[in-house]
Design a protein around this ligand. Structure first.
Ligand SMILES: [Zn+2]
Length: 233
């Protein structure tokens, strides 16, 4: 197979790459950012800043970082990874994640993916977050811990739910696997997901990890929904 652009599938010189035209259409998230939610901020005051959204409703995780906004080419790439069984981008995605999450990974102990339920995993055959987390762990030389966090039940899509409904929707959905508490005690955890939409899933996972004794839980994702509707309480 000749190498193709991961997004538009036109011929390219190298595998696991994106053509210049598609690259230019990805809305990479760059500083200045909210130190907590990882959303872009309009101005730089020269130190760590917290957005109004983070101050109004502090999440259970410490910091979130994402590679790009969830739209256009990035939405297509995430969709391909999630539903079309296309894993040829994993190397590039891993590199992007390590670049975006440099601060988070610098002193992290373990990398944990957001889990899928067993039935959903069986239907899809793979967990896209686990694929990303594995790449991140390998590239950053951190311990990969795919089985620490379990998903006990499916949750409804968060889109269109109020903040209270989103919290109820994910309440009790995640748990720590038997025998993994020891590893999580005092650990600095980087939780990897494909997309942060409302943040409710990341919050629920962080809550469970912190209750198990994790010293820090940061979230690292390929894409972030920066739509104001999700950031308002
Ligand atoms: Zn392209």
């Amino acid at each position: 197979m000749p190498p193709l652009c991961l997004a538009c599938h036109r011929p390219l010189a190298a595998h696991s790459a994106i053509c210049a035209r598609c690259w230019a259409e990805i809305d990479f998230i760059r500083a200045p950012l909210c130190d907590c939610l990882g959303i872009p901020l309009p101005f730089d005051i020269g130190g760590p800043m917290i957005s109004a959204a983070a101050a109004a409703d502090p999440p259970d995780y410490d910091r979130a970082r994402a590679v790009a906004r969830f739209d256009g080419v990035m939405r297509e790439l995430v969709h391909d990874l999630k539903f079309r069984d296309r894993h040829d981008g994993r190397r590039l995605f891993g590199q992007w994640l390590v670049d975006a999450g440099g601060e988070l990974l610098a002193d992290a102990d373990i990398v944990v993916p957001v889990p899928l339920t067993r039935t959903r995993l069986a239907g899809r055959r793979f967990n896209q977050s686990a694929i990303l987390a594995q790449e991140v762990a390998q590239l950053s030389r951190r311990r990969y811990e795919p089985l620490a966090l379990l998903r006990r039940r499916r949750t409804r899509p968060q889109v269109g739910l109020s903040r209270a409904q989103r919290r109820d929707n994910v309440a009790g959905a995640f748990a720590i696997a038997d025998g993994k508490r020891q590893e999580l005690a005092s650990a600095k955890v980087v939780l990897v997901d494909d997309v942060i939409t409302t943040g409710a899933t990341a919050r629920a996972c962080a809550r469970v990890l912190k209750r198990a004794g994790a010293a820090r839980v940061d979230v690292l994702a390929l894409a972030l929904v920066t739509d104001a509707a999700f950031l308002s309480p």
